[in-house]
Write a protein that binds this ligand. Structure first.
Ligand code: AMP
Length: 372
């Protein structure tokens, strides 16, 4: 999970996942400040009806640790004691769950997105080749947090499966100064970078000379995802870096892009404001909200939905709740069994999609449902 959760949010996830073991650091760092985790974790375990048998603490020497007798273990001590232990590979079914990642959903019980093992590995390997164009031996830099899906897919698994080095950077893009990311690109010869439009907007407020101060010749492109990428931001950062800026659209649930420009399959131009076309494996349709019919007319708004089966890499189910998986994701399109992204979108004459916002973000005014 993301390190920024409050105790009650963490408690509801512990209760849902029922872990045997929890691994935590004593603290994280943000903007030069120490963010202690241990007391949040202790409080979360106290609030949860499920109690993990053990907690493995990685002590970074940042904050006080008050170990709970019989429950907490020290990582460094155990590592030292088990240094020479040989651990054989364990073979699992391709459908064996690899992880649970809770969606950022706002209300109710958190939904645990359950990912498989082989399908996810295949999808990530394919996306590294066909979307992100990273080659083995090169360096990948995703500025996300490993507690979010971009971090899982493209800080950890994707680059490593593809034989790339990966950079895990803890901190803000403007500390110690607004050149830190580009300094890392130069130092580690980063070839592919992945970030979010918000970060680009943060950098836009800083001294632009930081973007040209370092040697960025290794960098092939900057990929952005997570929210709509507006034209001014894309133009600004693309111009300042003199690199292609490539939008891509996906969700925690899918684990990899639903829409992108698959330059590794067939070169295609980007269009401002569009994350591109449907990626192979996703049978995307725009659906009329009231009739459930497919919208074939260009530039007409509809719900972005996907015909089953979803491609490898997408969620298998909601952890511990198959019924909720079906009732949440596969039951909202009128008269059809389709996966709903709960996003509005339009498609232009060339098959490029434009994302218009969440279908669940509505304001009810005098019986009229107004979207964002
Ligand atoms: P999350 O649940 O945190 O994985 O967020 C997924 C949601 O973020 C999507 O359903 C979209 O609403 C939004 N999103 C992700 N990528 C893009 C993008 N490239 N353009 C527009 N919206 C996006």
């Amino acid at each position: 999970v993301f390190g920024g959760f409050a105790s009650h949010a963490l408690a509801s996830r512990i209760e849902d996942a029922t872990p045997t073991l929890i691994i935590s650091a004593d603290a994280g760092m943000r903007g030069g400040k120490v963010v202690p985790y241990k007391h949040l974790l202790d409080e979360a375990i106290r609030l949860s009806s499920h109690k993990p048998a053990n907690v493995l603490m990685v002590n970074r020497g940042l904050a006080d640790l008050h170990p709970v007798e019989g429950r907490d273990q020290d990582y460094a001590t155990l590592r030292q004691a088990n240094m020479d232990t040989v651990v054989p590979c364990e073979w699992v079914d391709s459908t064996h769950p690899s992880y649970i990642l809770y969606t950022s959903g706002t209300t109710g019980k958190p939904k645990g997105v359950q990912r498989d093992t082989a399908g996810y590995a295949v999808a990530l390997a394919a996306s590294m080749k066909h979307i992100y164009m990273g080659n083995p031996g090169e360096t990948y830099f995703s500025t996300s947090d490993i507690g979010w899906v971009v971090g899982h897919s493209y800080i950890i698994y994707g680059p490593l499966i593809n034989g790339m080095a990966t950079i895990m950077y803890e901190g803000l893009p403007i500390r110690p100064d607004a050149g830190i990311w580009w300094q890392l690109v130069e130092k580690y010869k980063v070839s592919v970078m992945f970030s979010a439009p918000t970060a680009a907007r943060v950098l836009k407020k800083q001294d632009p000379s930081y973007l040209t101060k370092y040697d960025l010749s290794s960098l092939k492109a900057l990929f952005l995802a997570g929210e709509p990428l507006d034209e001014p931001t894309a133009t600004w950062i693309g111009g300042a870096l003199n690199k292609p800026i490539i939008d891509n659209y996906w969700q925690t649930e899918t684990g990899w892009p639903i829409m992108a420009i698959c330059n590794g399959v067939e070169q295609a131009p980007t269009k401002f404001g569009s994350p591109g076309k449907a990626v192979y494996g996703f049978d995307v349709q725009l659906i009329d909200e009231t009739t459930g019919e497919e919208i074939t007319e260009a530039n007409k708004k509809g719900v972005i939905a996907v015909n089953g089966p979803l491609p490898p890499g997408c969620l298998q189910t909601v952890w511990g709740d198959d019924k909720r998986y079906v009732s949440t994701y596969w039951s909202s399109i009128h008269n059809k069994v389709m996966y709903s992204t709960f996003d509005w979108g339009v498609k232009d004459e060339d098959g490029y999609f434009f994302i218009l916002g969440r279908t669940d973000d509505v304001i009810n005014v005098a019986g009229h449902r107004l979207g964002t």
